[in-house]
Each structure stands twice: as C-alpha cells, then as structure tokens.
Design a protein around this ligand. Sequence first.
Ligand SMILES: Nc1ncnc2c1ncn2[C@@H]1O[C@H](COP(=O)(O)OP(=O)(O)OP(=O)(O)O)[C@@H](O)[C@H]1O
Ligand SMILES: Nc1nc(=O)c2ncn([C@H]3C[C@H](O)[C@@H](CO)O3)c2[nH]1
Length: 207
Amino acid sequence: MEHVPFIAVEGPIGAGKTTLASMLADLLKFPVIKEIVEENPFIDKFYQNMDDWSFQLEMFFLCNRYKQLKDTVSEFFDKGKPVISDYHIYKNLIFSDRTLKGTEREKYREIFHVLTDDLPKPNVIFYIRADLDTLLKRIAKRGRSFEEDIDQNYLQQLIEDYDAAMASLAIREPATRIITIDGNTVDFVENREHFEEIASHIKELMV
Ligand SMILES: Nc1ncnc2c1ncn2[C@@H]1O[C@H](COP(=O)(O)OP(=O)(O)OP(=O)(O)O)[C@@H](O)[C@H]1O
Ligand SMILES: Nc1nc(=O)c2ncn([C@H]3C[C@H](O)[C@@H](CO)O3)c2[nH]1
C-alpha cells in the first residue's frame, strides 16, 4: 500500500459493515471510526415519512461524517496512523440520490462536493454485497425499532444503487482497491476461515 492504510467497509443497510470493521480493527489493532446512529434526531421521523424528512436526515449524516473525517485527519492520518471506517463518505450520495429530488438534490450535491472533495479517500474498500433476504434477516436480528417496518422496495433499490455506485467508483477512483465480499455466502462472524481470508487482503497490501 503506497499510503497509510485507510480501509472502509461498505454495503447496504444491515450488510455487516460495523461488525466487519470492528473485527478487522481488533485483529489488526487499527483504530476504528464508526457511524454514530443512536443520537440521530431525524432517523425515526425519516423512516416514518421519507418525503418530509429526507433533506434534514441527509444533511445531518453529511455534517456528522464531514466532522468525523476531518477529526480523523488530524488525529490519525497526519500522524501516519492507519484507520478502518464502517463507511465511505460517498455513501451520502448513494442515499441522497435515492431519497432527494429536484432542487434539494442539486443543493445537497453542491454542498457534498464543497465539504468532501478535499477529504482523504480510502485506499481499500471492502464492499459487502447481500440480497434482500439476507439484509432483512440481519436487520430483524439487530432489532432497531426505527427499522422495524423498513420498506422492502427502498432496501432493494439501495442494493442496486450500491452495485452501480461501486462500479462507478472503480472507474472514477482507480487507485481505490475495491474487494467485494458475497455477504450471502461468506460468513465472517461464524466462520473464522472466512474472516481470515478477508483480513489476509489487508496483510498482503501492507507487505
Ligand atoms: N456475516 C454475518 N452473519 C450473521 N450475522 C451477521 C453477519 N454480519 C453481521 N451480522 C449481524 O447483522 C446485524 C447487522 O450488522 P451490522 O450492524 O454490522 O450492519 P451494518 O452494515 O453496519 O448496518 P447499517 O447499515 O445499519 O449501519 C447485526 O446484528 C450483526 O450482528
Ligand atoms: N437516508 C440515509 N442516508 C444516509 O446517508 C444513511 N446512512 C445510514 N443510513 C441509515 C441506514 C440505517 O437504517 C441507519 C444506520 O446506518 O441509518 C442512512 N440513511
């Protein structure tokens, strides 16, 4: 790896990003940057009424991630320390393109670019792909109240949006290595060999 390792785990809702990012961080003794979910004041309202609350929610996620990544730069990257994160900043555009329309989408995009274009981008992304059944099972297992009645069409659209976004990212940012994990068949939680196979990619890149 040419630069200090900056590894992001990505995938649609419930794919296992936080779980995998935490496991890799434990194994490699890297600091982990995790999304703050519980203190989000708009998430309940958003899932009850997406049309009314999407702009507030997307802006909240964007501002939080911007602040978190800016702090990560001074705390870790500037000191040459590696980091694992359970998201890539690009996910803001994946979600906002799905939830926002018209001028709000345009305004959001502009703000996104102003805030994030100069932030460091991960050099490796583990992209966990999983189908609707797998995601629904994991979301149910986790049992967050605001996701109880999650719209299956929304989830299916996000699965497809993620596939398209990762393909587009691979073209626009060729320096970023994207490692795709089949989340339906690879079980890094229960199967130690599966986990070690994933971790071996990072170890290889660090040699
Ligand atoms: N490979 C796996 N096998 C079985 N259960 C898993 C696996 N990966 C994650 N889980 C479980 O699925 C649930 C969702 O995982 P996790 O919270 O890591 O997903 P996430 O992608 O970070 O979600 P979100 O998009 O909401 O941030 C958790 O209960 C976790 O324990
Ligand atoms: N609309 C929207 N935009 C985002 O940037 C975003 N990031 C995460 N989420 C949702 C997924 C989980 O329910 C929950 C925790 O990840 O929040 C988002 N929703």
